[in-house]
Design a protein. Sequence first.
Length: 336
Amino acid sequence: MKAESRPREHELFLAADVGGTHVRVGLVQAAAPVGSKPITVLDYQTYACARFPGLAEVLEDFLGGRPAHPIRCGVIASAGLPLQDGTVISANLPWALSPRAIQARLGFADLRLVNDFEAVAHAAPHVEASQVLQITGPAHGAEGPRLILGPGTGLGAAVWIPAHPRPIVLPTEAGHASLAAGNALELALLGRMLGERSHVPVEHALSGPGLINLYAALCALRGAPAKHTAPGDVTAAALAGTDEHAHDALQAFCGLLGSVVGDMALFYGVQGGIYLAGGILPQLGGFLLESEFVPRFLNKGPLRQALERIPVKLVEHGQLGVVGAARWYLDQPDHR
C-alpha cells in the first residue's frame, strides 16, 4: 500500500464486520500517532444482509450522509478464503464478496480484508468489558494464548498469542474440521448427516443453520415432524420447554460445542482464556450453564486439570469485530 493511502493521524476510516446475517459497520478514528492508542468508534450501525444486494450497497448506505468527511480507507472483516483475483470464497455470505471491486466502486485509496474471527481476536484487550457470563474456570487465566470462538451463520475461531512487540493472531478454519461424536445420540445424529453428505463439518452442527440440522436429524430419528425451520424458533421452544425435540437438539448443540472448545484449547495450548462470542450464544446463558457444555469441555482424560484452570466466558460480540478489524488494520506494517 502506498504511504499516502494509509490513515493519517485523526483521520476517519471505515471498518466493517461482515457475517452471513448481519453487517456491522463503524466509522473509526485513527489515533495520533497512528496505532499508538485505543481506536475510537465514532459511529456504528448494524444492517441485515437480506435487505441489500451486496456489501457495496451496505457501505454506500452507511457513508451516504457524510459528505463533510470523505472516507478513503477501510477494512472488511469476513469469513472466507481470499483468492488471488480478489474475490472471496465463503459458504455463509448471501452474496459474492470482492474487496477490489468494492474499493473501486467506493473510490477508496485502500480497502483490506481480514478473517472475521481474526478481527475479533485482535479486540482481545476489549473482550473482558463485553463479558456476559462466566461459564467455568477461574476469573482470570494465566499468561498465554487465548481462544475466541463463536457460532453464528457459520463457526468462527481464532487464537490470540501474546508476543513482543505486538500480539500474534492465528486465524483458523475450525468450522470446516470434521465433526466428531461423543455419545450414542451424537453418533446417531452424525450417521444421519453422513447419509446426506460425505463430509460433515463442525459448523454443520455448531451454527445457526447447524442447530436446525441437529433438530431436523433428531426429529427424523424419532419419527416426529419437524415443527421449526429457524434457529430462533428452536431456541425459543427449547427455552420455553414446549418442544422436547427442540430441547434435546439444543442440549446436543451445547454438548458438541463443549467438546469442540475443549479440543481446540488442547490443540493450541490455550491458557489465558476462552471467549465464546457469535450471534447465537448470548441468549443461551442460563441454558448453557445447565447443559452438558462444561462436562464435555472438561472430559479430556488426564488433561481435565489443565482445562479446569482456563476461564471460559460468554461475551457479547457487538462491536468487537469492528474494533478488532480496525486494530488489525492499524497494526499492519505500513501503519507503524
